[in-house]
Design a protein around this ligand. Structure first.
Ligand code: HEM
Length: 502
């Protein structure tokens, strides 16, 4: 009995350790991201999107497509919204977007409304994602939970547009591999293409198909479409036709029914039902609207619609408060090396930052910021004990459970070591300079790299780009090893730490 209870205990112990060791410590996207900092953000976006769609029904399609074109190029980072400037070549001018992508002014309008209630809080990338969802709902399409917390990019991905976005000439294999490269399955790809159940396309995108006299197009459908799309290149290029000829303004499954009747408008639509591996998915969706809707919602809800990593860190943004929060005063003098320029005159210090500055000021007056080096010393001693126990457990005992527990203990050891390395990247962890250097070299340079490999680059990269206060409110430290510098809430000079972490 005793040994069974002991075994269970050991199992639970190991399981708890394992769970603890894989718990993420980085910022994550979350649907409640703005609940505290801008509680009305989502309702404001919803109302503005609904209004825009009721003014012009096609806008629903355009907003969904805008989000898709944003996400497939450098991730969902609103880079598609950046205009041409001396340092930016706008994605808007790429062939896939020029005279084609629409809805910029709606997003601009929504952003202005959101800014008026919570300045500097809600990213354009999140607005694009939420507006796409609300647009779908506005035309009878599915809804899904949008995870939030994306950061807007300050760089455009013009050169990547044509290789990252699909073309109406793409083969089925190419579509499958392109979506696959974004983490989306073939089924996701077919479901997402179903958004062509709304919206329109220009003659230039389907001319070849309707004049091809091929066997994969319904002859009557081709001749109807030819009426408003002349055969000659350049003639009527921008004339529009509905992507779904039956119900172009409703988000239903007619798109798939059309494909089965060889009435897909784009070549890239019809390839989904042309004797290839996706025929069965198209048939399934054509028969079952609910399955299509739920698959579409699932694919859209993937954290970033298959875009590569969303930007969660701080490159190119005001990092001053966060830098002060996480670094010792002695590093303040080094900050000038990173100074890029003065922020725009209309920079508004957010309420979160103001609160934080007040709090730090009060704590300073109360003398709460004190150097305490012995905490790390105690941790190092505990680590030495853990390490010795592991070695003894593995070499000195035969019992399997002891070996397992030793392995788990070793995991804890690495984690603690990683944290010391991490902390020493921010401030002096030992009272004595030489000892600090030793802790850094041992933990930081040797062991922490292992921690980084397991945990991902985020925790170490954070030394360079500390999280922004507004976005990581929970992480604001209430204790600090050395006195930070403070300035009053109206100070305008800020530092932009542009390390480009993504
Ligand atoms: C599978 C590969 C895809 C290809 C080759 C493709 C291509 C196209 C093309 C050529 C147009 C017409 C553009 C124009 O005439 O200017 C279009 C429109 C559209 N696309 Fe796609 N697309 C694909 C996937 C998607 C996905 C995944 C979504 C969204 C999740 C999407 C949403 C839309 C919408 C809603 C429209 C209509 C836009 C409007 O009316 O303003 N497409 N697409």
């Amino acid at each position: 009995m005793g040994s069974i209870a002991g075994n269970y205990g050991a199992c639970i112990f190991v399981a708890v350790l394992l769970i603890l060791s894989i718990m993420p410590c980085e910022a994550q996207l979350s649907s409640s991201f703005y609940d505290n900092t801008c509680p009305k953000a989502l309702s404001t976006i919803r109302t503005a999107t609904r209004k825009a769609v009721s003014r012009e029904r096609r806008m629903a399609a355009s907003l969904i497509r805008l989000h898709f074109h944003d996400c497939f190029v450098q991730g969902c980072d609103a880079s598609i919204l950046l205009d041409d400037s001396s340092s930016i070549q706008s994605e808007k001018n790429a062939p896939n977007n020029l005279n084609s992508a629409r809805g910029y002014e709606v997003i601009h309008d929504v952003k202005s409304q959101v800014e008026s209630i919570c300045p500097g809080i809600v990213s354009c990338a999140d607005i694009l994602a939420v507006a796409a969802r609300d647009a779908s709902v506005a035309v009878g399409g599915p809804t899904w939970t949008v995870k939030l917390g994306r950061r807007d990019s300050t760089t455009s991905g013009l050169s990547q547009v044509s290789s990252n976005l699909p073309s109406f000439r793409d083969s089925l294999d190419r579509l499958i591999s392109l979506f696959g490269s974004k983490g989306l399955s073939t089924r996701d790809m077919v479901a997402l293409s179903g958004s062509h159940t709304i919206g329109q396309a220009r003659c230039v995108t389907f001319r070849d198909r309707i004049y091809d006299n091929g066997t994969d197009i319904d002859a009557g459908f081709a001749s109807t479409r030819r009426r408003r799309c002349p055969a000659d290149n350049g003639d009527g290029d921008d004339n529009l036709a509905a992507l779904d000829l039956v119900t172009p303004n409703s988000f239903d499954n007619n798109y798939f029914k059309n494909l089965i009747q060889k009435k897909g408008l784009l070549q890239s639509d019809q390839v989904l039902f042309s004797g290839g591996s996706t025929d069965s998915i198209v048939s399934e969706y054509s028969k079952n609207r609910k399955t299509f809707s739920s698959d579409f919602a699932l694919a859209m809800a993937k954290e970033h619609l298959g875009g590569s990593a969303p930007l969660l860190s701080l490159a190119g943004q005001d990092a001053t408060d966060a830098f002060v929060a996480y670094h010792p005063g002695v590093l303040w003098s080094r900050l000038d090396d990173f100074f890029i320029g003065f922020h725009l005159k209309d920079y508004i210090v957010s309420e979160v930052s103001k609160d934080y500055r007040r709090l730090v000021y009060e704590f300073l007056k109360m003398g709460l910021f004190e150097k305490k080096g012995h905490g790390v010393f105690v941790t190092l001693c505990a680590m030495a004990v853990m390490f010795s126990a592991c070695i003894y457990g593995v070499l000195g005992c035969d019992n399997t459970w002891v070996h397992l527990a030793s392995g788990a203990l070793m995991g804890l050891f690495w984690i603690q070591s990683g944290w010391i390395g991490h902390d020493s990247g921010h401030y002096q962890v030992m009272m004595n300079g030489r000892l600090n250097c030793f802790a850094q070299v041992l933990s930081g340079n040797c062991l922490a790299e292992l921690e980084d490999a397991v945990d991902g680059p985020g925790s170490m990269g954070q030394h360079l780009t500390p999280p922004r206060l507004e976005r990581n409110g929970d992480g604001i430290p209430l204790t600090c090893p050395t006195p930070p510098q403070v300035w009053d809430g109206d100070e305008k000079q800020i530092y932009i730490i542009g390390t480009g972490m993504g």
